[in-house]
Design a protein around this ligand. Sequence first.
Ligand code: G3H
Ligand code: ZN
Length: 303
Amino acid sequence: MRDMRNVLELAGRDGYAVGHFNVSDLVLLKAVFSSAQELNVPVLVGASEGEREFMGVNQLAALVRSLRAEFDFPVFLNADHTHTLEKAKEAVKAGFDAVVFDASALPFEENARQTKEAVEALKTINPEILVEGEIGNIGTGSEIHELAPDLSKYLTTPAEAKQFVDFTDVDVLAPAVGNMHGMSQKMVEGKSKKRLDIERIAQIRTAARVPLTLHGGSGTDDEDLKQAISAGISIVHINTELRVAWRSGLEAGLNAQPHQVVPYKILPFAVDSVKEAALGRLRLFNHVRQFTIEEKNGMISTT
Ligand code: G3H
Ligand code: ZN
């Protein structure tokens, strides 16, 4: 079985990206895992502090571990947007594969200082843990926002990216390159798209020399995503799109059976709806992928 570091190396080498999907219940986890299984592509399951609080840090880790073991499948678990060292340590001790240490709301120097401290402390607990740092401002909240904020003055520069990575020693960097957390109502309706600064991504990748993550992937223009991946994005985070699909699937399940009370007869509607959303994104992120014979036959290569 490949580890997450190896999966990221292969993604960077071959020009595809690993999909990262946030989960906060079993419906989302089942849908994400089943979509990755269907396409036979590696996948990252993410949970922010709030999502972990709801699912239980140890319980989520046990669920993902059981999927990885039972199906011998490259599914990895990320402690997304972790704002304190205490919460980051808790996730590492629970067995998460990666942590996004997010001090990006702080001034650059303080963000760098705290992130460096987190990298050192977390690797003391598990030397294999992958730590991602974040710079620039991409807004907060994987929700439907009334208006898309103008974050153009908070974009990451290649010089900042290099300085931050050199100082902190993070394994992965999340820059601000036109991306933004959440979606506007127009984006949900498909009438507006997030656009990315592709040139900036390429320059940051060259300067930083570590894999890059694109946060706030929901509602992003498909062509921009493809170009961003070839410019150096190795992980794409999607959350709001799945939440929108979760809600509409749940409503469909309830509306189709107004008197039904059996959860396992209602919730499959939500699983199917989320799965369709995840499948679409995974196909896009992996569109350049050359599948090996083993993968085509449904067996993951372990080399
Ligand atoms: O960390 C989570 C993401 O960056 C998701 O952003 O809700 O815009 O897809 P999104
Ligand atoms: Zn994010």
